[in-house]
Ligand binder design. Structure first.
Ligand code: KIV
Ligand code: NA
Length: 264
């Protein structure tokens, strides 16, 4: 696979070419993903759930994300590697810079932060200091104690409009990718049209530019529960490499996510 950069994703958005991505936490799976030409990998703070067996992501630390980022980078030199900024690691722009540096030095190409327009200053500060940023909107799992559970976001028109405004504000602040989790398909489509940067969805329907799955969900082996919006590709194919290539193909064709995995 040739080196994937933000320019690659921007070109794909303009061409209307849909792309897959996945979480990864270690070198062996990162290499398997790279061999199947998975262009984007994320070291997600979902590692608190799928690797550590916790019921949420709040206890994950910057050093844990950095450790897994080094491993994934070793297995996948050419993917665009995103790393999650964990809970409270970007409470102020200054802390965000200090913590983002740890992840970039571990091999990330971009960091991901959860939150709306209040993050604009943080995102500007990071991008001015050469840290590319993905802004995660919708169901932001670090806010589970505010939401009162893992619930779909943006169902009411007022909340939907707010999310569109958040996406525009964060793009203006310098975010180069937007990630939408658990939002109705129509809202995800609206945001994908409204911004110039690539939009990656999970539980957001098939109108976004890219898709992402937690790798353990893709293989149907997650420790706690498997969300409705994901799909067990291992069950379908019986082989991990085939599972990954089937997922990549179904994203490219628009077949995944289908109606069963979509909120309306
Ligand atoms: O931590 C994670 O795996 C994520 C994805 C679900 C987008 O943030
Ligand atoms: Na995350």
């Amino acid at each position: 696979m040739k080196k994937i950069t933000i320019s690659t994703l921007m070109a794909w958005k303009q061409e209307g070419r849909k792309f897959a991505s996945a979480t990864a936490y270690d070198a062996s799976f990162a290499q398997l993903f790279e061999e199947q030409e998975m262009p984007v990998l994320l070291v997600g703070d979902s590692l608190g759930m799928v690797l550590q067996g916790k019921s949420d992501t709040l206890s994950v630390t910057i050093d844990e994300i950095a450790y897994h980022t080094r491993s994934v980078r070793a297995g996948s030199p050419n993917s665009l590697l995103m790393a999650d900024m964990p809970f409270m690691s970007f409470a102020t722009p200054e802390e965000a810079c200090k913590n983002a540096a740890v992840l970039m030095q571990a091999g990330a190409n971009m960091v991901k932060v959860e939150g709306g327009a209040w993050l604009a200053d943080t995102i500007t500060m990071l991008t001015q200091r050469a840290v590319p940023v993905c802004a995660h909107l919708g169901l932001t799992p670090q806010s589970i104690n505010i939401f009162g559970g893992f619930k779909i976001q943006g169902r009411e028109e007022e909340k939907a409009e707010q999310m569109v405004q958040d996406a525009l504000a964060l793009e203006k602040a310098g975010a180069q990718v937007i990630l939408l989790e658990c939002v109705p398909k129509a809202l995800a489509a609206r945001i994908t049209d409204a911004v110039r940067v690539p939009v990656i969805g999970i539980g957001a329907g098939n109108a976004t530019d890219g898709q992402i799955l937690v790798m353990h969900d893709m293989f149907g082996i997650s420790a706690n529960y498997i969300p409705r919006f994901s799909k067990n590709y291992l069950k379908e194919t019986g082989d991990m490499r085939l599972a990954v290539s089937r997922y990549i193909e179904e994203v490219a064709s628009g077949e995944f996510p289908g109606p069963e995995q979509t909120f309306n």
